[in-house]
Design a protein around this ligand. Sequence first.
Ligand code: M6R
Length: 362
Amino acid sequence: EKSGYEHFMLKEIHEQPKVVRDTINSVLKDGNINFESLTDEEMQNIQQVYIIACGSAYHVGMAAQYVLEKLTSLSVRVELASEFRYREMQLAKNSLAIIISQSGETADSLAALRLCKEKGVKTLGIVNVVGSSIAREADNVFYTLAGPEISVATTKAYSCQLVAAYLLAMQFAKARGEITEERFAELIAEINTIPEKIEKILEDKERLQWFASKVVNIKDAFFIGRGIDYAIGMEGSLKLKEISYVHSEAYAAGELKHGPISLIEDGTVVFSVVTQSALYEKTISNMVEVKSRGAKLFGLTTYGNYNMEDVADFTVYIPKIDNLFAGSLAVIPLQLLSYYVSVGKGFDVDKPRNLAKSVTVE
Ligand code: M6R
């Protein structure tokens, strides 16, 4: 049931404020995070975290890595499930493997989970589908409450996975005594603002629709960003390729000059995600570099960073929020953008060619 929306993807994009709220509320009580899955003592003893996933869930892992590293002393590695399972990795003692999966049935993620268990590594699934294989086999489960996701391109499950990762990182920091009470309370207050801020961005979707109509015929695109913004760029880029069939590459902004910048020519579209204050100037200078080679720049930043308009040809602002959570807002315009490009090209948005909702083959 599309409830009046033209496609499931658009419906699911609009469900995000609610399902993100539900996922937060499922563990938040009186300013505390209640996990049944991992005890504080277990959290204190863990030293190494492996985050293992595929596709968009892997991009959540990339963002989660920055947040975990910022808030805790944990050592974190993010791994593609299809690579991890064939490596001969020495898995550290006292480690936790976090498997992120919407469907809970992705063959490589499931195989990676089994491998971790065989090697005696404790496992936690961040899973959306109740009773799925990963949910059943993981030692612990944190369920995202996105509800059924029909569109092949994930949106709402991705957003719920992101907040689940933030909550997990915050609780790790708290259990390990690595965060002050003030900062913890501040983050709780901030995380609670995500749903209403996503709502605000969605109210402005016509602007993105207009912009999408200008780029509907592009053949190539680049996404650049640093830190969390790089992780969000990866997701924006995947969305654009999978439903709009635009060849797109995401690069860590600092990597551009190590090769890909040679591809920039007059009119090449570069989407720049620039929400992280500490990295703002650095990414802006990368934008200037590609602009001087003819790139058309789309800038995605936070309200207040108005000098973005000096360099970008088109700027989209997201509401202010703690830097750690900015990805949850920045991804929304990118979802809308790929949606409108796909619609503009007349593609089957919910069922892109060659793709399945759940990848149960290896
Ligand atoms: O069900 P999973 O979260 O394990 O699926 C992982 C990927 O197949 C999935 O995120 C895929 O990349 C999506 N189509 C992206 O929109």
